[in-house]
Write a protein that binds this ligand. Structure first.
Ligand code: 5GP
Length: 253
């Protein structure tokens, strides 16, 4: 089999050179990490579920005119994407208080916020992805004013789309993180949603029971992570209801 050139390996994904210039192959691993990789495990089937779920969200976004890096899913664990220049910021949108916002501001988890609140964190593992202000972003040149305005507009559109998708299947979108990249078209650049959108990067709570259906299951030892992601995929119709991650080959006597 032809060997592919690895371009980058992150905690949950690997990027390989794509078949054509300007493309990459994004491979979803089963690795789960939390607390800046201090907690690690391999979760059987997580990569397959996140590949499917990210495809589902990216395709839906493109259908409503939100540009993304997604081109097509190639197989169970890989998708073809456009190569983009990642802006070194995590864009977080919060609808309800949770996680670091609750810790920082002493707001009880689950409290509805007066409006969606956007935060930016610098993508820097060594520093633990610190929260930064728009002043920092502009002063240090991580993004310009136009980029910032465009990033906020994109993040709010993603929030509306994702909130609607989740509401329809009885799930509350508490918060999420996206990454945004620049693509060049001739002399012009535009921003697109990049990386992945999956339960790894969202907080998803069952509307009725409050059950966590996201990576907090792993971060906080709340149960089986793949079961939670399978439930999200099943509700969204991304997986047929009779397929679960626990389906393994069995010996026939
Ligand atoms: P918090 O700041 O409360 O830890 O996270 C807010 C939201 O952004 C959560 O949905 C969380 O999953 C997501 N998020 C924040 N940082 C990261 C990150 O480094 N990786 C991933 N996958 N998600 C993140």
């Amino acid at each position: 089999m032809a060997r592919r050139k690895k371009v980058y390996e992150g905690k949950a994904k690997i990027l390989y050179e794509g078949p054509e210039p300007g493309t990459l192959v994004q491979y979803f691993k089963d690795d789960a990490t939390a607390f800046n990789a201090q907690k690690k495990d391999i979760i059987d089937g997580k990569g397959v579920l996140n590949n499917r779920l990210s495809e589902f969200f990216m395709k839906g976004l493109m259908q409503i005119g939100v540009p993304t890096h997604f081109i097509k899913r190639l197989n169970m664990r890989e998708q073809l994407i456009r190569s983009v220049e990642i802006i070194p910021l995590e864009v977080i949108v919060r609808n309800y208080a949770a996680g670091t916002m609750s810790q920082r501001l002493g707001i009880e988890e689950g409290t509805q916020l007066p409006r969606p609140i956007i935060e930016f964190c610098l993508k820097d593992d060594a520093l633990g992805d610190p929260l930064v202000s728009e002043e920092h972003i502009l002063a240090f040149g991580w993004a310009g004013q136009q980029d910032l305005d465009d990033m906020i507009a994109l993040a709010l559109r993603v929030n509306d789309f994702m909130s609607g998708c989740m509401l329809a299947v009885g799930i509350k979108l508490v918060d999420f993180k996206i990454e945004i990249g620049r693509v060049w078209e001739g002399d012009f650049q535009r921003l697109v949603i990049a990386d992945e959108i999956s339960p790894d990067s969202c907080r998803l709570w069952d509307m009725e029971t409050g059950q966590r259906l996201d990576k907090d299951v792993f971060r906080r030892d709340l149960g089986d992570l793949a079961d939670a992601y399978t439930e999200v995929a099943r509700r969204l119709g991304v997986l047929p209801s009779n397929v679960t991650h626990t389906t393994k080959p069995t010996l026939i006597n």
